[in-house]
Design a protein around this ligand. Structure first.
Ligand SMILES: Cc1cc2nc3c(=O)[nH]c(=O)nc-3n(C[C@H](O)[C@H](O)[C@H](O)COP(=O)(O)O)c2cc1C
Ligand code: SF4
Length: 437
């Protein structure tokens, strides 16, 4: 392992992660000692519209995958409509490789609560929900304790800090379905229905939770809010790039020496991230990687120096997604990795629409057949044809995401597929049944 250079270390921008190394930062007293809830006092003294304007000015873009401008989303909430408004935090974190929201909630739950109170005040919501991934029992427990502590200290409940503003937060555990991270499926699940995406329009901004105006934001997005309130939009824009400002937590996993969370300005490159992570593991050379989870098309070692912001990734035909950077080496097989991802999509497809329900099933079967040494050249065409039927034709973005690893792995690694089909590579699977290994 090589120690990161001074230049690489300078790319770190610990803003959201700044308290992670302080012992017990999840406790209210420690949080308060480390600037906690000072942004809330400042925010409650401001007009809600000015807060929305500030978030717009900062250029903050959603950290849940799509990068939608947060201030604009908040501004869509109609005012004086006589309906209750809701703030819903998406803490489902199901995208393969993503691991930033859970550590944020475990290490610094009050920063999320503070962000929720500020955001709710801005959009005039008096009830907020945190929808936590079902498996993350530890995070739900920590959040519930933090909510109780914040309420006892007057940061939640009625007349928060004497401002006249009321807010309560409900921590809700899901049942462990990837589709419930899709915002409209999440809302259905929160209402007690089976979690499946809703037809849009109408959008959650007008018809969200209980058919009322609702903002759905990712954990990291909301955790960014108190820092922007304290530091200002201009300071926030000193990090990242012009169109993708601010810091971002990159989750690094795979064949590197020090996997983990690295917070850098948006636009850092993979080369810099790998250096921060102590380099590739001995004997491994980078071969392919995902910039933002398995739903974002794969990249290769040609893309080591492309800025990892929304524009940079779009420029090379992929997406920034959740910045779940999964790093694979020359000892890893792109066909097998693709098969494992498609098994995941097949398992998680909610079944509501035919292209995804059938497409994921068939793609998993075909990939398995190729890996079992029984594939044909037509199988490659059928895989690409399935992708065409998924992209833009699925009811929600899960279907589009499932096409990403297949299309991109065939684009960059067709020879690996042909090696299985033409018998130059030994079969990896013995059975011809998906899921039988
Ligand atoms: C299948 C699927 C799963 C998703 N899972 C998550 C998730 O776990 N967390 C999340 O914040 N967004 C997830 N999203 C994106 C949300 O639909 C939504 O765009 C996001 O929560 C908006 O928050 P943001 O604007 O702060 O990014 C998912 C989308 C899809 C299609
Ligand atoms: S694309 Fe997949 S997950 Fe989305 S609605 Fe259709 S079947 Fe369900």
């Amino acid at each position: 392992m090589t120690a990161p250079s001074k230049e690489a270390l300078n790319t770190l921008t610990p803003v959201l992660t700044k308290r992670w190394l302080s012992p017990d930062a999840w406790q209210l007293s420690v949080y308060e000692r480390l600037d906690g809830y000072t942004a809330l006092r400042k925010a409650l003294a401001a007009h809600p519209d000015d807060l929305i304007a500030l978030i717009k000015e900062s250029g903050l873009r959603g950290r849940g995958g799509a990068g939608f401008p947060t201030g604009m989303k908040w501004a869509f909430i109609p005012q004086n409509d006589g309906k209750p408004h809701y703030m819903v935090v998406n803490a489902d974190e199901g995208e393969p490789g993503t691991c930033k929201d859970l550590p944020l909630m475990m290490a610094d739950p009050h920063s999320l609560i503070e962000g929720i109170v500020i955001g709710s005040y801005a959009i005039r919501a008096n009830r907020a929900f945190i929808y936590v991934r079902g498996e993350a029992v530890h995070a739900a427990r920590r959040l519930r304790q933090a909510v109780a502590d914040a309420r006892a200290a007057g940061y939640l409940g009625t007349d928060i800090l004497g401002s006249g503003f009321d807010l309560d937060i409900v921590v809700h555990s899901g049942a462990g379905a990837y589709i419930c991270g899709e915002e409209t499926a999440l809302l259905d699940s929160l209402e007690g229905y089976r979690g499946q995406p809703r037809l849009r329009p109408p959008f959650p901004a007008t018809h969200g939770l209980y058919s009322s105006p609702t903002v759905v934001n990712n954990v990291e997005t909301i955790c960014s809010v108190p820092y922007i309130v304290l530091g200002g939009a201009a300071w926030w824009r000193t990090m990242g790039t012009e169109k993708s400002p601010g810091p971002k937590i990159y989750s690094l996993s795979g064949r590197i020496n020090e996997p983990g969370q690295y917070e850098c300005g948006l636009g850092v490159t993979l080369r810099q991230l790998i250096e921060l992570a102590g380099g590739m593991q001995p004997g491994h050379r980078l071969r392919f990687w995902t910039p933002g989870g398995s739903s974002t098309p794969l990249l290769t070692d040609e893309h080591l120096d492309v800025p990892m912001d929304f524009e940079g990734m779009a420029g090379v035909g992929t997406m920034l997604g959740t910045t779940a950077v999964q790093i694979f080496s020359d000892l890893d097989c792109p066909v097998y990795a693709t098969y494992r991802w498609i098994e995941f999509y097949h398992h998680e497809s909610c079944g509501k629409c035919t292209p995804c329900r059938e497409g994921c099933y068939w793609m998993a079967q075909i990939l398995h057949r190729i890996l079992a040494g029984k594939g044909t050249h037509e199988d490659l065409d059928t895989l690409l044809d399935s992708c065409d039927n998924l992209l833009g034709r699925s009811f929600c973005a899960l279907g589009d995401g499932a096409a990403s690893p297949v299309q991109s792995s065939i684009k960059y690694f067709k020879q690996d597929y042909l090696d299985y089909i033409e018998g130059r590579k030994s079969p990896m699977m013995v059975s011809s049944l998906v899921g039988a290994h």
